[in-house]
Design a protein around this ligand. Sequence first.
Ligand code: MD3
Ligand code: FE
Length: 206
Amino acid sequence: QRVAMGAQAFMLPGFAEPWLATLLPALERVLQRSPLRQMTTRGGRRMSVQSSACGDVGWVCSEFGYRYSPIDPATGQPWPVIPECLLQLAQRAADSAGFQSFQPDTCLINRYLPGARMGLHQDRDERDFSAPIVSISLGMPATFLFGGHNRSDRPARTLLQHGDVAVWGGVDRLRFHGVLPLADVPHPQLGSQRINLTLRRAGSNK
Ligand code: MD3
Ligand code: FE
């Protein structure tokens, strides 16, 4: 099943289900090596989500701005590698949405606790906008806001649930999007949290 949200933006409900039994333990191992932390925006405010990453580079944000770094500033070590099952899931999802041979080099891990949100923004810190972005939702459901190319375009709303995968690229790559504050409806397996994984091609120098 494939739900179109735009010409090149798709929701694949439950697409991650066959991978979850391997994905969840693999994710725990990644987070043991590079733990979740709250980052600070350019404006000096703490983000309400907790983040980490894996891959050749990871997205880091500080009062000095946003960038992709090969080193996790919290540990001084390279980020953990992207688990094989996660890479495979992302590539299969990209294929199903019409984006062949997706080669992600980073995965951003965001954890939302009740009340956490993500304001409307564009994803534009990557060098290469030709690659799609694949997002995997785990745990509690969240209301996703899907806007247009201008911040003022009224966003559509969709519920993202445990196991759902979204893929967007091409003409929809730079659309504004965000997540409403998370309600506390504990998930049977993951409890009072939502984890979102976004796989991207940042285009590192490595
Ligand atoms: C964008 N994360 O990390 S991903 C981000 O659910 C981020 O945690 C959100 O935005 C989250 O930068 C959203 C889900 C998503 C789904 C479909 C989209 C983002 C999309 C379609 C077009 C643009
Ligand atoms: Fe985003």
